[in-house]
Design a protein around this ligand. Structure first.
Ligand code: NCD
Length: 313
């Protein structure tokens, strides 16, 4: 694997291998000193052209725990403000000697273009509405930890699917690993055509909640919407919000997930966000291990056994 541009195109073996590698790094993260020399001497640059809290900190933490050096770029304080293009920015960063570029960009396909311009490994940290592969991997890992397998797991993805790269990556990852995915949203928040997606589609959340193992909630991505797509937020909450009342009707082993950032009181009630069945913080914690696995897979030399200088990782 030279780059990680998307989940679509990865087969079950690729995904399982990355999840197994993630489990090794999770064991590293449980140590008193969660650091290995696996990527010593390598440099990872994070290029974020869009805001981020979790994804950026998670990639930087992952790189540091592998002993890589990190360079960090934010568009707001860069020469992009002076008109520099993505291509020139990336080639400038690469000329400083970086081995991997982690890119977040508002344009779908930006990481694919970048991969054609630089020799460094490119990791997609979210491109427009298109894909967010490490988010899908960390979600799949979190579910595998919780349920043992994704085979036959019933997952409802609820909310603004149309504008969500998280939904697009998750649909493919979860399906490839054997889960049954249902999209729940009003027509206006669905992509115009989902006929090629391996999903069931409905607008009846209450019906779906009776028989799911996982409720995966999405934020309304207002910054990507043009005209208003729901009559009012209050009406949205009434039909599609995971309110406390709805959460009480969930089965005892059903879990709630969210990629963050949450808009509490809209797609998720504050009490539900704080409920132990809500796995949001497990997702964040697993994100570091997943990104360690991805960076190691792309930049690590040789088998895992030799990477840590010890018997295992
Ligand atoms: C998401 C993103 O930026 O794609 N957040 C994340 O990376 N965890 C989802 C969102 O912005 O709603």
């Amino acid at each position: 694997m030279r780059h990680l541009l998307g989940v679509r195109g990865l087969d079950r073996d690729d995904l399982v291998h990355l999840l197994d590698l993630t489990a090794s790094f999770r064991a590293v993260n449980a140590r008193p000193i969660p650091k290995v020399p696996a990527l010593q001497g390598r440099t990872v640059a994070t290029l974020f052209f869009e805001d981020s809290t979790r994804t950026r900190l998670s990639f930087e933490t992952a790189a540091k725990r592998l002993s890589a050096d990190t360079l960090s770029f934010s568009v707001g304080t860069s020469s992009v403000k002076k008109g520099e293009s993505l291509r020139d920015t990336a080639r400038t960063v690469e000329a400083m000697g970086v081995d991997a570029i982690v890119l977040r960009h508002s344009a779908s396909g930006a990481p694919h273009r970048l991969a054609g311009w630089v020799d460094a490994a490119v990791v997609n940290a979210g491109d427009g509405w298109h894909e967010h592969p490490t988010q899908a991997l960390l979600d799949a890992f979190t579910l595998r930890e919780r349920f043992g397998t994704l085979d036959g797991l019933r997952v409802a993805i609820v909310g603004d699917i149309a504008h969500s790269r998280v939904a697009r990556s998750n649909v493919w990852a979860l399906h490839t690993l054997g889960a049954e995915v249902t999209l729940v949203a009003p027509r206006t928040l669905l992509p115009p055509d989902t006929s090629a997606w391996p999903v069931r589609v409905t607008d009846d959340l209450d019906d779906v909640l009776r028989s799911v193992d996982v409720v995966y909630l999405l934020r309304m991505q207002f910054e990507r919407q043009g005209a208003p797509l729901v009559p009012s937020l209050a009406e949205y909450v009434e039909r599609f919000g995971l309110t406390r009342e709805r959460a009480e009707r969930l089965g005892p082993s059903t879990v709630v997930m969210h990629p963050g950032p949450m808009n509490q009181g809209v797609e998720i009630a504050p009490e539900v966000a704080d409920d132990p069945r809500c796995l949001v913080l497990d997702q964040v914690a697993n994100g570091v291990s997943v990104r360690m696995a991805v960076l190691f897979r792309l930049l690590g030399a040789g088998p895992l056994q030799n990477a840590g200088g010890g018997g295992d990782v």
